[in-house]
Design a protein around this ligand. Structure first.
Ligand SMILES: [Zn+2]
Length: 375
């Protein structure tokens, strides 16, 4: 509903500068008495406005923009329903349980426009509201392009987290040539429970999330689970950097590449993934590369296999074809290329070709494993 009016809102914005000289000259009694906003992270932003005029106020609208990387600035416009009066006190609440939420550290820019029966119109100056998770006493640590925010654990914990982030960025650059382009903010919650409470629609298994358009990562890392935390940091940072590098208005990345790179930066594949991959090879139940290009199955076993195969596909491409080609692939995707077209251009095979070559690669790995196990 909000999106529907956004085009109209853009048009309104374009004309506002043209209208404003007229506003100054009009002998209007129309004034904005007060404008404020209250943030209640992660659920809502409540906007309030009071205005007066010598004639009835007939039109009150709230306009807002979410500050994120996008190709067209989207302005949402909310028409406030009220009975015309010379004095109005209106408020409107953005209930994020209806729209989906925003990450900690995000911000929203808003302004109001008010019109009266004489046709006079005033607009408030745009105000930026920080949507912070103020339920915790965040401390911060910055290095290079990364800033860490945390509230549980001492300075050495934060330094470990920072070390893991910097190592992950270095590993990612070494494996793929992809480097962080914009400032990254990492919110480290004390555990996954705290993290889930910071999200509107968390998934049961959510341990971390990358909000790629915001340059923000949120992860729940208990101070005694740093080993898991290092992997989660590498995983989410990779998503963020890869999305920065390939961002374009035309197409997205195949899921196996996005998840495979994130898994690959974590380090060696964990035993649970190796076991399920080997089982699928032995039972000839591998998922096709074409299927893995779409979002993964929600079923646990199939999902684990999807991640394992994605890791292995990326491992195959980097091991056999090198870092340079991987960077070329990412650059090709950044130009809005389709899945088959990008692979063909860089590697001379499409998704089915990759599927066939990769199956030979894992079959050989599996054969060596079986032989190794025997002797
Ligand atoms: Zn992921």
């Amino acid at each position: 509903m909000i999106r529907k009016v956004s085009i109209l809102a853009l048009v309104v914005c374009l004309f506002l500068p043209l209208l404003s000289p007229g506003l100054v000259q009009a002998q209007s009694e129309l004034t904005i008495v007060d404008s404020s906003v209250q943030a209640d992270f992660p659920h809502r932003l409540s906007f309030s406005l009071s205005a007066e005029s010598d004639v009835n106020i007939t039109d009150v609208r709230l306009h807002y923009q979410v500050d994120q990387i996008s190709f067209a600035r989207v302005t949402s416009e909310v028409y406030i329903e009220f009975a015309p009066d010379t004095s109005v006190d209106e408020d409107w609440t953005w209930d994020m349980r209806k729209t989906g939420g925003l990450p900690p550290g995000s911000s929203v820019t808003y302004w109001w426009t008010v019109e009266d029966a004489k046709g006079d119109r005033v607009a408030t100056a745009p105000v930026q509201v920080d949507f912070n998770d103020n339920r915790y006493p965040w401390r911060s640590l910055a290095e290079g392009e990364v800033t860490i925010y945390w509230y549980e654990g001492d300075d050495s914990f934060a330094q470990e987290v920072m070390g893991a982030a910097q190592q992950a960025l270095a590993r990612l650059a070494e494996d793929t040539g992809a480097e962080v382009e914009k400032q990254v903010e990492m919110y480290i919650y004390a555990d996954s429970q705290d993290l889930r409470e910071a999200m509107i629609f968390p998934q049961e298994w959510t341990g971390g999330a990358a909000f790629t358009r915001f340059g923000i990562i949120a992860i729940g890392i208990p101070t005694d689970k740093l080993d898991w935390g290092r992997r989660a940091i590498a995983h989410e940072l990779t998503h963020l950097v890869i999305h920065q590098v390939t961002l374009n208005p035309y197409s997205d990345l195949p899921t196996w590449l996005d998840e495979g790179l994130a898994m690959y930066t974590e380090g060696e594949l964990e035993p649970v993934f190796i076991a399920i991959l080997n089982k699928a090879i032995a039972e000839n139940e591998l998922i096709s590369v074409r299927s893995l290009s779409s979002p993964f199955s929600a079923y646990a076993e199939e999902s684990v296999l999807s991640y394992a195969q994605s890791y292995s596909l990326v491992d195959f491409l980097i091991t056999d074809y090198g870092q340079g080609r991987m960077l070329e692939l990412l650059n090709t995707f950044s130009q809005g290329s389709g899945y088959d077209g990008a692979l063909e251009r860089v590697y001379d095979f499409d998704m089915d070709g990759l599927n066939a070559l990769w199956r030979d690669y894992v079959a050989e790995q599996y054969r060596q494993l079986e032989e190794g196990g025997g002797g």
